[in-house]
Design a binder for this molecule. Sequence first.
Ligand code: CAA
Length: 411
Amino acid sequence: MLKRVRIVGVGMTGLGRHGLPAVELSRQAVDLALLDAGMSMVDLQGLVAVPSISQPHFMQAHYIGTKLGLLPRRKFVVRTIDTGGAGPISALSTAAQIIRQEWADVVVVVASDAVLSLNSAEFARRADSSVEGSDLPSPCIPNGYDRVAEWHMKAYGLRREQLAMVPVIESHLAAKHPLAMCKQPLTLDDVLSSRRVGNVTNLLECARRTDGGCALIVASERHFKRHFTKALNLCPVIVSSGEASGPIYPPAADRITEELFSCERATEIAYQAAQVGRDDIDFFALYDCFPICLIRALEATRVCPVGGGGELVESVYRDLMRTGRVDTKRWPINTHGGLQCFGAPWEVPAMYNVVEAVAQLTGRAAARQLTPKPRRALVYGNGGIFSASSVAILGDGDYSAGTHHDIAAEE
Ligand code: CAA
């Protein structure tokens, strides 16, 4: 039987320009997560971290572990995971594996970066260098997604306005989150008249640069129940995960095919491992660094048919214009606002997907809470330019309610 593993604590710093090194943001986030879990530093037995682009360090997780005073320690395992923006979900799944292999009972997953504290030119230089060797014009990352968006428009009839509707919908959701960077809902005109960054990409459709740190404490249920007092219904279960990969940058537009994309496979693996399907998922936290990334994710996770992402976005948008609110029955997605409207500290933002999923699964999402409370969530991280996909299924693990059963999470 698989050991049941739960997310027992979450902690995040605020977003914005902090003027602090990334490792300090990690420290703050870990302190907050420990507080949430009712633990202290001595309770940790492992650390999994993702790289930072503002303060890169050799063996980032070892660096963070050392700076936080977690090392040296006899029983302690440390690992850096480098799958770009997919990193937090890969790290979550790695933490669960470490616990299932019985190398540790409590592992902290941490990610932080300070990309808003870098000036624009320096951020652009570092971001461009992440796809060194590509033929993409600067800013390379937005232009890489722009290339894929244009391809998708030709292949499936996606329209320019449908891309721009994504941040409009997400801004309405973000406006309900006290920590989101986007405080006011955007209009389609705001998006379409904002500065052009690529052929079919404008400024308000880009992942929003910010500083931020976030930590998740992951623990074996058995160990947690024995040593800590936090109620288990506040600690979602990691049910399954899946991962797949693509190239570090996309090929020329005329050579893009469906082969480029990996979210489909990562999702399929996660669904199969959990023995669930799309209809069993009540909340989706999908990577959305640019609108095309979200549209591909809607299709890959089977929220809508392949090629149907634009139509779904448009119908939710039209409904929003009519009623003034996002119909979360049809769009139980990114209630925090995603990368474009909540904020995106480089490789950190998939952590926010997990934090929002935890909030939804535990009924603590305040004004954003979906009703009825979701029982299962799918979280997705994407790295590079469709270069890495990592998906995890989380369950509320509220067995006492007797409402359902997470098949792959038996101990
Ligand atoms: N919504 C609202 N405002 C936004 C915004 C958004 N989505 N994006 C930027 N802005 C605002 C900024 O806050 C800033 O406002 P102020 O002037 O009031 O400070 C203003 O627009 C200008 O933004 P920048 O300072 O960033 O402008 P710039 O000229 O230096 O750069 C840009 C513009 C090239 C589009 C840059 O913002 C950019 O590169 N953005 C994308 C960041 C990115 O690529 N992130 C990674 C995505 S890929 C991924 O996540 C996977 C992975 O593996 C990491």
